[in-house]
Design a protein. Structure first.
Length: 352
């Protein structure tokens, strides 16, 4: 009897295991703290916005240290990314609709401040994605400050303004394109339809095309060779603008090599940590150019120069332009003299 009972129990267990999904014992439920760490979005009604405050002055300091290298000191850069600020007027702020977005406008480029309708979108994106090589590294007060700086450049807030969770709703009322969003209800319905009307051509399609805009040959290289300014991540790949316009789709060629972060210097200074903490690898690869030249390229160009370490340390902290082209090297005032000297020593030794 005891044997039969044991056999029956074993059989039931075997059947139960056979019927359970193969993945039933994988993973676990996320804890409340883990969910909260990812649940950081900020809605247009400002639900999810953390408490804090940041002045324009604070934002300018953070901007120069971590943002200007890609976006320009005044958010105007189109050498690397399209401009953040520009194209809006005081009249736009009054009516909440950007005139340069209207049909027939000849304004050359759509900036972020022209297009975005909600200030929460800017706060949320800066908080979760910037700087792009160290996302989520800014403190809430720094995010408020950076956003305040952008808004001051667009004349949405004055230069002595402090943005906070207490007054951000009032700032929303001054966003230049706050009335620019259009709600198209059919897109929100399961059986809805698109917001455009067109006929899909499956055969005998017309081959005629109309070129609506193009860049003249003499202007293709106006901002240097765009192919050399590619980011190492993302789908966008620029054409070689030193040559005629390509006939094949841009991006069909080989992709640039991945960035290799420099190893720690044997002299004892932790160069790897310094480069990562100060966003140096956002613009400089080990050998290849990203926005600025590669570290080994800098070493080769200045090899044998008298007092090279002192020269590089000054350039690192104070910035400059013209040595490697038109894209500026922004100052890095957050680095101490000792930290700048450590990086300079490593580059002068060959950046190896």
């Amino acid at each position: 009897m005891r044997t039969l009972t044991f056999f029956a129990a074993a059989l039931i267990s075997t059947v139960a295991l056979a019927q359970a999904p193969a993945w039933h014992d994988l993973g676990r439920n996320a804890t409340k703290a883990e969910v909260q760490a990812w649940d950081i979005d900020v809605r247009p009604d400002f639900k999810g916005l953390p408490k804090g405050a940041g002045s324009v002055a604070l934002g300018e300091r953070v901007w120069e240290a971590q943002c200007a290298s890609c976006h320009g000191s005044f958010g105007e850069s189109n050498e690397v990314f399209t401009p953040i600020v520009g194209g809006t007027t005081k009249a736009d702020i009054e009516r909440g609709r950007v005139k340069n977005l209207e049909q027939g406008s000849t304004f050359p480029q759509k900036t972020t401040m022209m297009k975005v309708a909600t200030v929460s979108t800017l706060w949320d994106y800066i908080n979760r994605a910037m700087p792009w090589n160290a996302p989520k590294s800014l403190k809430p007060d720094e995010v408020y400050g950076v956003l305040a700086y952008i808004l001051s450049l667009a004349e949405v807030v004055p230069a002595d303004f402090t943005l906070s969770d207490q007054n951000i709703a009032e700032v929303q009322k001054r966003m230049p394109n706050r009335n620019g969003m259009v709600f198209y209800e059919p897109l929100w319905k399961a059986n809805g339809k698109g917001d455009v009307t067109n006929v899909a051509c499956m055969k005998d399609c017309p081959v005629e095309t109309t070129i609506r805009s193009f860049l003249p040959d003499f202007a293709r290289d106006a901002h240097g060779n765009i192919q050399e300014q590619n980011r190492v991540i993302g789908p966008v790949r620029g054409a070689d603008t030193t040559k005629p316009a390509p006939t094949a789709p841009v991006g069909s060629g080989p992709k640039p090599a991945a960035v290799v972060v420099a190893a720690a210097t044997p002299a004892g200074g932790d160069v790897k940590a310094l480069l990562a903490a100060n966003s140096c690898t956002a613009c400089h690869g080990m050998a290849q150019k990203i926005v600025g030249p590669g570290f080994t390229e800098i070493a080769k160009k200045h090899k044998g120069q008298e007092r090279l370490e002192a020269y590089l340390a000054v350039k690192i902290r104070e910035g400059g332009v013209g040595v490697f082209g038109a894209v500026p090297m922004p100052p890095q005032p957050q680095l101490s003299a000792a930290e700048a000297a450590t990086i300079a020593r490593w580059i002068a030794a060959g950046a190896k």
